[in-house]
Design a protein around this ligand. Sequence first.
Ligand SMILES: Nc1ncnc2c1ncn2[C@@H]1O[C@H](COP(=O)(O)OP(=O)(O)OP(=O)(O)O)[C@@H](O)[C@H]1O
Length: 438
Amino acid sequence: MEKLSDNLKTLTTEDKPQEERSGLTETDGEIKVTLTDQQADPSSPLYSAKSFEELGLRDTLLQGIYRMKFTKPSNIQERALPLLLRDPAENLVAQSQSGTGKTAAFVLAMLSRVDPSVPVTQAICLAPARELALQIMSVAKEMGHYTGTTLQFVSRGMDISRTEKVTANILIGTPGTLMDLLRRNQVTFKHVKVFVLDEADNMLDAQGLGAQCIRIKNLVPKTAQILLFSATFSEIVDKFAHRFASPANEIKLKKKDLSVDAIKQFYMDCKDADHKLEVLKELYALMTIGQSIIFVRTRNTADRVSAAMKESGHAVEYLHGKLETEDRDRIMKKFRDGIAKVLVTTNVLARGIDIQQVNMVVNYDIPVDRYNKPDFETYLHRIGRTGRFGRTGVAINFVHNKESLDDMVAIRDHFNREIVKVPTDDWDETEKILKRYM
Ligand SMILES: Nc1ncnc2c1ncn2[C@@H]1O[C@H](COP(=O)(O)OP(=O)(O)OP(=O)(O)O)[C@@H](O)[C@H]1O
């Protein structure tokens, strides 16, 4: 269990970060729009008419926000926080584009409702992957630094024995492990005031996870506030989400606003499956890319692609669900620290992972669902690993036959955003085009 410092100090104006201290100005490359400019543009999802100080947060939480160097709320934060903090608590189904700060919104909601002087579990936050749960943990740790709130990570390889009672104020983790703790009577949900599902559409849709989430929901008090967050809610899942959190306030995006425009989308027309690997190697030989993620469909492809890339002298790592927890944590740390520049992975990392330096995503395989149909939601989440909070980024799709081309065209039409072809036989031209956006 992690005890956050209860170092409560009085707020002074020096505590509030200066706009320029936010480190948000990015002047490298050709695109000179700063993130602070975007936060002042009413058409941007990063815009807010209000300041954090106007959102009714406790001083200790404002200090946490300054600690994170946030100067202004994003649109979702400005809209969600007043709804989240209402008393009596109301449920919320909230959608906003990838990388626009949903995590801070629900973390602040949990921290606001928890009473750290009472050593019982008062909030639960679940996510579909351990890497994402760990990331939410670290945001909660930072934001809650001055509150004295206790946190517990609940996923495989956690730091508690099989008999220990868990009484941390906030549990953050994955549903399977939380169910294990429940079966062993190590946790009680009697005092839970907030229950959050991040990537809620995925949590409720996925076979297995959905059933576990329903069981947990049925065990938290009826009065608990239920919060569902995601960048995507397909029509079917949306209905289910509303039943799950009924009655709920709603913040929704129009379909035309789903895509993040700062992410430029391209495709490369490969001759066949083997050619994809050749093109990938060429691409990496050519480009000096900050950090990038290559998404593939299966674990086998992840192994194969990373082995082939390594053989050609590229420093790549791979991560998928079959690896041991320690290996997953080690690789993720290397990637977060910028030691590993390229990560080959499956959909396990498609959602939520926030690494600001990632400026390129490659869809080595176009995402399809379990019925082999183009998976619009996963596509949006995958490309959303770049272009975080107003930064620029490129997404490159590899197609190699009619089927993959049709799938990509369906995705393009669904979001109504252009996907521009870049050549696989004129690398000077390709470099020129891509460099403009990286
Ligand atoms: N108000 C803010 N000011 C500056 N940066 C912020 C602010 N809010 C969030 N961020 C930063 O923006 C990045 C993206 O936030 P976050 O990971 O919460 O996005 P998200 O909306 O949950 O995205 P996804 O849908 O991909 O999960 C993070 O690096 C976070 O620290």
